[in-house]
Write a protein that binds this ligand. Structure first.
Ligand code: RFL
Ligand code: PHB
Length: 385
């Protein structure tokens, strides 16, 4: 079978299929260096960890990943710890998406199915028939055709697969663009906190995250029209100090090694299938990063898809592929709601009434075990059926 896109979704799908004895070819339009360096997500739900370990790519994750029992919620004058382990019996892990991708690429190149980098002109064809194919140009500029039983479109938000699905199925797109963006930095500085801090502040949201005991990952809410050139290191650190201010505590500074501004949107494209072409991960849906759900949803999608493909190709039963889109979308919408809710609770809208509602909601989450558990269950990931 053919897999378009070698991000975490495509690479993990190929691995899960190989373990079930199903051949695949992964087509990636970027270079290996590029996909391994792209800084993105950092939080893995327990079921994502279990899936990676079960797929035989969890050794380094278990050695180097940092298990986190909870998060801190903060607003001026208050920093409150939520203990996920106590609230719902589950935890999350800090382990960079870059590391997940490196582990998956290494496993694939070590005797796994073919993974072709730097391909171009990728196009799925005849997806409504029994024998779809993918046309592409390989890294040596030679046109190629890959005949497939089924095709997975795991080519991210800007890929070619979603337009093909939308072109042939009655469906629709659901979208919300938020009037916020995140300025994210990676810094060689030991995190000054044991758990992530989600901070509400009148000047805007800030998030204190990390990648390792010596590397911090920090985010600031900024206006989407902001330009990264206008943010000097000094300005970034000063804004972080202001928004995280709490007693005598302060943010640890260090050399900034990466910086970017990211737009925030919710996006769901339904259905996630046309004929023998199936979408998974960011190709079908995007969530704002506030709930740390994007990578975890991509992993949940391909776990479901691998089982459905095995059922189709090995048992010749169509029940699981037929159920795939609706079942995956149920989880997608839960995560879409949670990510929207976290985003709405924590970001400065500029409206004083909104600010009072946000503070009331934050106080409620910290005062009521039921409200805290609702956040904890969603953050650590609801069980996969
Ligand atoms: P990806 O990672 O975008 O991979 C798609 C791959 O397809 C390739 N591609 C093509 N290949 C062949 N032909 C074409 N025509 C192609 N077009 C594209 C691309 O080069 C790429 O390699 O999608 P995938 O695999 O679905 O994975 C999704 C995740 O990357 C994404 O959801 C997360 O990064 C979102 N996200 C977070 N998710 C979490 O679960 N926890 C987090 O803490 C978290 N933090 C984040 C995030 C995303 C962020 N950004 C930059 C959007 C923080 C940030 C800053
Ligand atoms: C990250 O570490 O990149 C990260 C953590 C939590 C989020 C989003 C991003 O909600």
């Amino acid at each position: 079978m053919g897999i378009i896109g070698g991000g975490p979704a495509g690479l993990l799908l190929s691995r899960l299929l190989a373990l079930r004895g199903i051949d695949s070819v992964v087509l990636e339009n970027r270079s290996r260096e590029y996909v391994e360096q792209r800084i993105r997500a950092g939080i893995l739900e327990q079921h994502s960890v279990d899936t990676l370990v079960g797929a035989g790519v969890g050794d380094r994750l278990r050695r180097e990943g940092l298990e986190h029992r909870g998060i801190h919620l903060q607003w001026p004058g208050t920093r409150h710890a939520l203990d996920f382990q106590q609230l719902c019996g589950r935890t999350v892990w800090v382990y960079g998406q870059t590391e997940v991708v490196k582990d998956l690429v290494a496993a694939q190149l070590d005797g796994g199915p073919p993974l072709l980098f730097e391909v171009s002109d990728v196009m799925p064809e005849d997806v409504d028939g029994e024998r779809p194919r993918i046309r592409f140009t390989d890294a040596d500029d030679t046109p190629q055709v890959l005949e497939c039983d089924v095709i997975a479109g795991t080519d991210g938000f800007h890929g070619v697969s979603r337009p093909v699905v939308q072109g042939g199925t009655p469906g629709r797109v659901w979208e919300r663009t938020y009037p916020y963006a995140w300025l994210g930095i990676l810094a060689d500085a030991p995190p000054a906190t044991d758990e992530l801090i989600y901070a509400w502040h009148p000047e805007g949201f800030a998030l204190y995250s990390m990648r390792s005991p010596s590397v911090s990952r920090l985010y600031l809410q900024v206006d989407p029209s902001e330009r990264i050139e206008d943010w000097s290191d000094q300005r970034i650190w000063d804004a972080l100090d202001t928004r995280f201010a709490f007693g005598g505590w302060s943010v640890n500074r260090g050399p900034v090694t990466d910086r970017s501004i990211l737009p925030m949107r919710s996006f769901v494209s339904t259905p996630m299938r046309r004929g023998r072409l199936f979408l998974a991960g960011d190709a079908a849906h995007i969530v704002p990063p506030t709930g740390a759900k994007g990578l975890n949803l991509a992993i949940a999608d391909v776990t479901r898809l691998a089982a459905a493909f095995a059922r189709l190709l090995q048992d010749r039963q169509t029940d699981l592929v037929d159920a795939y889109s609706d079942a995956a979308l149920a989880r997608v919408w839960r995560c879409t709601h949670f990510s929207w809710w976290m985003t709405s609770m924590l970001h400065r809208s500029g409206d004083a009434f909104d600010a009072q509602l946000q503070l009331s909601q934050l106080r409620r989450v910290c005062a009521s075990e039921a409200a805290a558990r609702e956040l904890a269950e969603n953050y650590t990931g609801l069980p996969v059926d």
